[in-house]
Design a protein. Sequence first.
Length: 363
Amino acid sequence: MATTRREVMAGAAVLGLGTAVGPALARAPGANRLIAGTYANEGGKGLYPIVDGRVGAPVTGIVNASYGVGNGPGGAFYFLREQADGHVTAYGPGWRVRGDASTGGKDPCHVALDRSSACLAVANYSSGSVAFYQLDRRTGAPGEPRLFQHRGSGPNAERQAGPHAHWVGFSPDRRWLHAVDLGADAIFAYRFDPVARTLAEPVIAWHAPAGVGPRHMIRHPTLARAYVACELEPRLFVLDALPDGRFRDAGERPLLPEGATGPSYAAHIAIDRAGRTLYVSNRGANSITVFALDAKGQPKAVQHVSTGGDWPRFFLLREGRAELLVANERSGTVNTFRIGKDGRLTATGQSVAIPGVVFLAEV
């Protein structure tokens, strides 16, 4: 069995949790409901609800929910079970199961939804494969998957002995599904037909420099540009998105400040709706790098801010509340930052404890 990312990077103490911990994450008026996915091997007991900053009892049975996506057919929400026997499960109100399907691979870690066509794609990390589903248009239940296997490797013998699909996403024009593969140092492109609800076999859309280990990609909201955060080397790549589904190099930036020492692994990446600010989390350095984007989408690092915890695997950008919430996996904390008008972050000192937290979403 391939070594999984969690086996390579697991560790650290877990904080205790009560049913109501810490100050409110946000004090703006209106509903403030979140969910937090957790890793069981780091003390997480399932899916935790957070209402007005108060952490409730976990929803048991939704274990190792490292990533999810909502607003599927009939309001379905999809969670991955990141384990050797990977599964994707559709949930309805009250977290009732509407359907469950194998991902056909090991350690699924990312999922993408094309809502209009009711199609779903999943990245299987340890297997280096992508599972594609046609969803029931009424309930959102996933059908039997079609499985696509990546090929390739990299120079990092421990992490790149084979392919490791780490991210999937449908293109804005709905003509392509892209998959970022850490093990193969590549992005794969799948021709997507939203009417027939089919994928074609993948082709290489971009070759990353050997050994950088691309992890996650984000698209610019208005420009034909994309940004890739790399895990094995702390680098950000700027790509031009071409009409044929491929990408062309358009620059790169370091994720850490000059003189930074010690290992660091990029995790999550996000961009604001205006396309003016880009954020990347760095595990090890335990920071968020803030990039200002110019009119052409070129980034300039303007801030490196501590996340106030250990191993920031995920963060949730909440522009409507002018806040960014960081899930510090190893310290088991969710810390709040205020977003300024220039996109820069300011720590608020607000934090809640959730053991093994790896994912956050609004509900």
